[in-house]
Write a protein that binds this ligand. Structure first.
Ligand code: SIN
Length: 486
């Protein structure tokens, strides 16, 4: 048996409730596909409303004991899970590559990134603190304590099948919350494998329950209307986030939303062009461009635009496209035919409106959902690619004249997740960083993602922060006790 079929065979395929694997009620399943071949890999249990309800029952039953479990014990489970993920990184990465498409090197770095959330939150679990203060008016005391918010629903996307899970599961475990995870239909296997890792690390039954399903409406819907659920955390598109917000309002759930992006990448005339090109390759090509923090549009100062575009095209044009599991692959397939076709449409729209293809520009014929790394120059302002999230390996470049114009272009979007800025002028760097309407800024770097940093956006990119010292706050509520001393 090849390594590939062995990791797929070894991955759990069921629904995980109260510490046990089971079939879906009704016994149905759905297929998981390899986007590098377009062929099915295996079948996974297709969770239904009853399964989601059982998962919530288990989470509710486990909540009080879990909240009372000493923080050090919760921390050590996370630390063991970090170690297990690190020890098994190769197999976890291969499984991820097979279901999601990205190269093994990319998957390996996601496994490291994902595991890091467990290590980080193992260190945060023992630092949940309150306050003790004197009433300014004298006499009484003001005591505050932090308590877990209660059972959470965590809905994760297909583009980072492990890391988007661990950065919700890690703080939930650390804070003492129980949870139900609904992994993405397209990539459930990594999350199901992670579930086994957490069980092996000692997570008690009922704390984590996982319900894969081909229908979010069937599973998420009944949970959102159940008053026992106390929080929902979602990573995905802005329209789905808005719909979840509406559903969450009925039970006034705590909500964290990590939604779409349209990241501008600004290169000023005084930038170090080597660093800007390097940063652009990372910001654009990480995860095949299928990331909400991917640089979506490149705004480059007129005096360096030709040089920057040519050098970026040279780098992207030289990248090896292939099945993610093949040795040497740098760019894997897109997740499915729809995504590949949407990227093609955005390129065609830009070219139809006057953009020039400097490299790439089309899908790859044959099996799987490949698109060649592409650089477009002279992209007109009205091209859809400047306003819609690309989620693919395409870099549209436009030129700007002044700092004011660059900032106005960057902020001319409903989204506000991240922006990248390349300049060697410290005053400009700070001016622009302050002026950007985003939750994050990459200053002379194309990578902002870090378990120790608060990840999140503003405007239509959502709210709430994942990672950093802020990440655990999303899973805690503050209780205030007025203490009379008289
Ligand atoms: C995302 O694409 O949703 C997040 C990417 C990251 O954490 O780097």
């Amino acid at each position: 048996m090849s390594d590939q079929s062995a990791v797929v065979k070894a991955a759990p395929k069921g629904i995980y409730v109260a510490g046990e694997w089971r079939d879906a009620s009704g016994g149905g399943s759905f297929a998981v596909e390899d986007p590098g071949t377009g062929k099915p890999l295996c079948e996974v249990a297709d969770g239904q409303a009853d399964d989601a309800r059982s998962a919530l029952d288990a989470a509710v039953d486990a909540q009080a004991d879990w909240a009372a479990t000493p923080p050090r014990e919760r921390a050590e489970i996370l630390r063991r899970a970090w170690q297990l993920m690190t020890d098994r990184a190769d197999d976890l990465a291969l499984l991820m590559t097979l279901e999601m498409g990205k190269s093994r090197a990319e998957s390996k770095s996601e496994v490291t990134y994902a595991a890091e959330f467990f290590r980080w939150f193992s260190e945060e679990a023992v630092r949940i603190e309150g306050r003790y203060a004197q009433n300014p008016a004298g006499g009484s005391r003001l005591l505050t304590m932090k308590q877990p918010v209660g059972p959470c629903l965590l809905i994760t996307p297909w583009n980072f099948p492990l890391a988007m899970g661990t950065r919700k599961i890690g703080p939930a475990i650390a804070a003492g919350c129980t949870m139900i995870v609904k992994p993405a239909q397209l990539t459930p296997l990594s999350m199901l494998q992670l579930t086994d890792v957490l069980a092996e690390a000692g997570l008690p039954p009922g704390v984590l329950n996982v319900v894969p399903s081909s229908s979010a409406a069937k599973t998420v819907g009944p949970l959102m209307s159940d008053p026992r659920l106390r929080k929902v955390s979602f990573t995905g598109s802005t329209p789905v986030g808005k719909s979840l917000m509406e559903q969450a309002s009925k039970n006034l759930l705590r909500v964290s939303m990590e939604l779409g992006g349209n990241a501008p990448f600004l290169v000023f005339g005084d930038a170090d062009i080597d660093a800007a090109v390097e940063g652009a390759v990372v910001a654009k090509m990480r995860n095949n461009g299928e990331s909400c923090v991917a640089a979506n549009r490149f705004h480059v100062a007129g005096e360096v635009a030709v040089e920057f575009t040519a050098r970026l095209a040279e780098r992207l044009g030289a990248m090896k496209v292939g099945h993610g599991a093949e040795e040497g692959t740098q760019v894997g397939p897109l997740i499915d035919a729809d995504q590949r076709d949407k990227v093609g449409e955005l390129v065609d729209d830009a070219v139809g409106k006057g953009a020039r293809v400097v490299t790439g520009g089309s899908a790859v014929e044959g099996d799987g959902y490949f698109f060649t790394p592409t650089v477009l120059s002279n992209v007109p302002r009205e091209a859809r690619i400047l306003t819609e999230e690309v989620f693919g390996p395409v870099a549209p470049v436009t030129a700007f004249g002044s700092e004011e114009e660059a900032l106005a272009l960057a902020n001319n979007t409903e989204f506000g997740l991240v922006a990248y800025v390349f300049t060697q002028d410290l005053r400009r760097a700070l001016r622009v960083a302050e002026g950007l309407q985003t939750g994050m800024v990459g200053l002379n770097t194309g990578l902002v993602s870090n378990a120790a940093a608060p990840f999140g956006g503003v405007k239509a990119s959502g709210f709430g922060r994942e990672g950093g010292t802020e990440g655990i706050e999303e899973y805690l509520s503050t209780k205030y006790v007025a203490v009379s001393l008289s």
